[in-house]
Design a protein around this ligand. Structure first.
Ligand SMILES: Cc1ncc(COP(=O)(O)O)c(C=O)c1O
Length: 383
């Protein structure tokens, strides 16, 4: 019989969720309004010190709204990292904007601020100034936010933070998601905490908060009849999902601590393996929630076939692993959109593997993972 599956990042319920859900049922508030939605929004505001939070039905809809409230229009350029999940860039195309994909930097894996600056300068010279910058804190690691903020101010280009993977990560003690004009979080099932499916938009600007809330509810005017000056969306979170979120947020600190412990365990194990590198914080100001731990199999030591053998061996042992995100400029869906940079993101994709990183991992799970790695090492060394 197969051993139980070790998933990459499964939900980890705390037990505190049930009381909030029961209360929603008892009060008959099971729809997109209610005490849990209000409570969840104030919990997010308190946790991140963001100013205002709008609970939404996904991180993707939060990005869509962020772009909409910053008035991204057809033909507008938006700088965006190439190494990310499709949901970062897809909403740019919903609005018929043009994503300009930017290469990664090797240490944090995030959007390279130097390439951003070079691109902004060139685009301004051609009268094509980007309308926004959309930065991602990949796998929980803060991007070089100080440099990116400097560019945002210097060139007057608003900054949006896709912190879908980075709830609880900080840079210089400030929450990722709260540096730019607008930030977003995801509460998808694989994230550090979940609402089953959901997201949030955060901002310090009360005008943007009101606008996001209005558009998330079909742009419905405060009139007795249904009156719409413009087209909106149905992006609200249900009171049931928000109840799950409230219970989950109450254990965020524990979840972060567990993910950090996972990272340290992997780091300790791999530090003696020549040719295996990891995503490292550039300095102590970068505080990652370590949502997913990944390893890089350096090509001087490991061939592509070796990486495939390792991933197949994990799968045969019922252990889920994934390559790093495939860069978006290499995806057929984004063919024809500009890309600036070199081979950093593509190299990371070619050599990177995300390892199981759930906050509910047990010691025995690590033993199984390391046993597979050791067996494959022996095969590769011909031992
Ligand atoms: C970087 C990034 N951006 C956006 C999203 C979209 O979030 P959601 O799945 O909640 O729509 C995700 C995750 O799913 C993500 O990892």
């Amino acid at each position: 019989m197969n051993p139980p599956r070790i998933s990459l990042s499964p939900p980890h319920l705390s037990g505190a969720e049930q009381a909030y859900i029961t209360q929603a049922f008892a009060s008959n508030w099971v729809t997109s309004m209610g005490a849990n939605v209000d409570g969840f929004e104030s919990d997010i505001t308190f946790t991140t010190k963001c100013g205002y939070a709008v609970a939404l039905n996904s991180g993707t809809s939060a990005i869509h709204l962020a772009l909409r409230i910053l008035n991204i229009e057809p033909g507008d350029f938006v700088l965006c990292p190439t190494l990310t999940f499709t949901a970062t860039a897809a909403p740019i195309t919903y609005l018929k904007g043009i994503p300009v994909f930017i290469d990664s930097e090797a240490d944090t894996f995030n959007m390279d601020p130097d390439i951003c600056e070079e691109t902004i300068k060139k685009m301004i010279l051609r009268n094509k100034k980007p309308k926004a910058m959309l930065v991602v804190h990949l796998y929980g690691m803060p991007a070089k936010i100080e440099k990116l903020l400097r560019l945002s101010k210097l060139y007057d280009i608003p900054l949006i933070e896709d912190a879908a993977e980075a709830l609880g990560s900080t840079y210089n003690n400030q929450a990722c998601g709260t540096f730019g004009e607008v930030g977003i979080y995801s509460f998808n099932g694989n994230k550090i905490i979940t609402t089953g499916g959901g997201g949030a938009l955060v901002t310090a600007n009360p005008f943007l908060e009101k606008r996001a809330r209005y558009l998330s509810n079909h742009a419905r005017e405060l009139l007795p009849h249904y009156h719409h000056q413009e087209v909106g969306y149905n992006y609200r979170l249900s009171n049931i999902s928000a109840g799950i979120g409230r219970g989950q947020l109450s254990v965020l600190g524990d979840r972060i601590a567990a993910r950090k412990r996972n990272f340290e365990k992997y780091k300790k194990y791999f530090q003696n393996n020549e040719g295996v590198n990891m995503q490292e914080a550039p300095d102590s100001l970068f505080n990652s929630n370590r949502w997913l731990t990944s390893i890089l199999l350096e090509p001087e030591f490991y061939k592509k076939a070796d990486k495939n053998l390792l991933m197949d061996s994990f799968e045969a042992a019922n252990i889920e692993t994934r390559p790093l995100w495939k860069p978006l400029h290499l995806q057929p869906a984004y063919k024809g959109f500009p890309f600036r940079g070199g081979m950093v993101a593509e190299d990371l994709f070619n050599k990177g593997i995300c390892l199981p990183s759930g906050s509910n991992m047990r010691e025995s799970d690590f033993e199984r993972i390391f046993a597979v790695f050791e067996t494959v090492q022996k095969v590769l060394l011909g031992a």
